[in-house]
Design a protein around this ligand. Structure first.
Ligand code: AMP
Length: 544
């Protein structure tokens, strides 16, 4: 029997309409590309998103067309999220940190009709002139006074001029909730990037799932600063989640260094922030050196890579709780969050820290299984590990314009991660399946070895990679970036791991480098680090 309830579609535009109507005077603060801080509110965001939607119609865009964005977190990018998606088009956020060829490939593959870009990314566009030839417009997101000139792209349109001619009245269309609203390409280290096509339904459900107390715990009392860029998986859903509950939004623009972030946290009373571990290293080191603390910050959502326990501790010492989360571009992204349960209150501090540094428990809406080599679920004992598979309404079931989806089996998405689960449902990501070190038939977790190294006072950042070994197949090697003026040698390494891991999983060698390479989304580039290690091994062999 069918129920007698209204079948109102879940639409991105409904979030904006709600925020404008009931949280209209809540502020959105942005570090603008022009320099000064820009302030307006959700009512203004609605008006300007309507203007943008009218402008997109005038440009001749039709239902389902893709609109590319190359932009930092700011109010205009937010207007694109709503103006583009709300009018039935697809907001395609492009990661400007990708290689130029990848950006070109992505724009082509997505079939973008218009590109909206921050002025600072114009040099990228100028290298892609041929690919941009068929665009309906290339819009630079600034005002007339700050419009750059380009010989290679002479017909640039100014964002503010585009909007100024339009009415701020627009009827957001009521489309099927399964209509695509956003597109984000994975920054895969192998093969071409693949497009994840989000729906209005998945975006709204994901936002509803992450605002709850045990995930972001968002409310109208919060001031939220997404450090995670809007070009990376919708800034982890925060541009939808914050207006849904009427939280203040603080957009950092391109200023992600410790000093700028700290100043913004303090001046805007930020209570929740979110970003990848590498960004927090910079902030915490700067705060240490300046002896700064937080006045208002309460929660820090961290994901994208494993959070070392020492980072959780450093935030705790500053009065902020870390919410370690796991997710993927394909999972919108939040799938797991490590929020402790009431029964953990009596645990010793070290035990709590160990739990908080796991990737966490599934949030409602995400189902998962961890399967061994035989395809059967492994024991939930926190030790047995297997392939992590997930499914749910905000998990991708294919890629944009790719005929087959090898990453799926029997309705489950293969994450490519190797994981364990304990009896309370806390999942620990052991490794990406391609990064795990396979030594003498045993698997060694590079993440576990990195977390231990990260806690050493001389080490700023650590990576562990596998090198080929004639006897064991592979052996782990530790690569470290040291803090200024510090030393760390082979004996230090043996002392560090003694008693903490099995002897056969202690790395064979430690190599010190000036910096570690990261991907466009802040993850360690393990393939490149392996190359550095092999180069160093070859050099040492020549010397001896
Ligand atoms: P991406 O789609 O580029 O965001 O990458 C997703 C991948 O990042 C996952 O499959 C994991 O391998 C890794 N990842 C994300 N969050 C975490 C985390 N909290 N701990 C360890 N790895 C993570």
């Amino acid at each position: 029997m069918l129920a007698k309830m209204m079948n109102s579609p879940l639409l991105v535009s409904s979030i904006l309409r709600h925020a404008a109507a009931y949280h209209g005077d809540t502020e959105i603060v942005s570090c603008s590309v022009e320099g000064p801080i820009h302030r307006y509110n959700y009512a203004d965001l609605n008006r300007r998103s309507c203007k943008l939607a009218n402008a997109l119609c005038r440009l001749g865009l039709r239902f389902g067309d893709r609109v590319g964005t190359l932009a930092w977190n700011g109010h205009r990018h937010l207007e694109l999220y709503y103006g583009v998606s709300g009018s039935g088009l697809v907001c395609h956020t492009i990661n400007p940190r990708l290689f130029r060829e990848q950006i070109g490939y992505i724009i082509d593959h997505a079939g973008d009709s218009v590109i909206f870009s921050d002025p600072v990314f114009l040099p990228i566009l100028e290298t892609l002139v041929d690919r941009l030839a068929g665009m309906k417009a290339i819009v630079i997101m600034t005002d007339v006074a700050h419009m750059p000139a380009s010989e290679k792209l002479p017909n640039l349109v100014c964002y503010e001029t585009l909007l100024s001619a339009e009415s701020d009245d627009f009827d957001w269309p009521v489309v099927d909730e399964n209509t695509a609203c956003g597109l984000c390409y994975t920054s895969g280290t192998t093969g071409d990037p693949k497009g994840v096509l989000y729906s209005h339904r998945s975006a709204v459900l994901h936002a509803m799932a992450v605002v709850v107390p045990d995930v972001y715990g968002l409310s109208a009392a919060d001031s939220v600063l997404p450090v995670v860029p809007m070009f990376h998986v919708n800034a982890w859903g925060l541009p939808f989640a914050a207006p849904m509950v009427g939280a203040k939004l603080v957009m950092p623009g391109p200023n992600l260094d410790g000093a700028s972030l700290h100043a913004l946290f303090e001046s805007e009373g930020v209570t929740l922030t979110a970003g990848v571990p590498t960004v927090w290293l910079g902030l915490l080191d700067w705060m240490d050196s300046q002896r700064k603390c937080f006045s208002t910050l309460k929660r820090v959502a961290i994901g994208g890579s494993a959070v070392p326990p020492v980072m959780i501790q450093r935030f705790q010492d500053l009065g902020a709780t870390v919410r370690h989360a796991w997710g993927m571009t394909e999972t919108s992204p939040v799938g797991l969050v490590a929020t402790l349960l009431p029964k953990h209150a009596s645990l010793a501090h070290e035990q709590k820290l160990a739990l908080a540094s796991k990737q966490g428990r599934p949030i409602f809406g995400v189902e998962l299984r961890i399967d061994g080599d035989d395809g059967r679920p492994v024991a939930c004992d926190g030790k047995a590990f297997g392939a992590l598979r997930v499914r749910g309404p905000w998990v991708a079931d294919g890629y944009y314009n790719v005929a087959e989806s090898p990453a799926h089996s029997a309705g489950w998405f293969e994450t490519g991660d190797v994981a364990t689960m304990d009896e309370d449902g806390f999942v620990r990501i052991v490794d990406r399946s391609k990064d795990v070190v396979k030594s003498g038939g045993e698997w060694i977790s590079s993440i576990e070895l990195e977390n231990i190294a990260q806690a050493h006072p001389a080490i700023r950042e650590a990576a562990v990679v596998a090198v080929p070994d004639a006897r064991w197949g592979e052996r782990p090697v530790l690569v470290v970036v040291l803090k200024p003026g510090q030393g760390f040698d082979h004996q230090d390494m043996l002392d560090l791991y003694a008693g903490k891991v099995a002897r056969w999983s202690v790395p064979d060698a430690v190599i010190s480098v000036d910096e570690l390479p990261h991907t466009a989304t802040g993850k360690l580039r393990k393939v490149e680090i392996r190359r550095i290690v092999l180069g160093e091994y070859a050099r040492r062999a020549r010397v001896t």
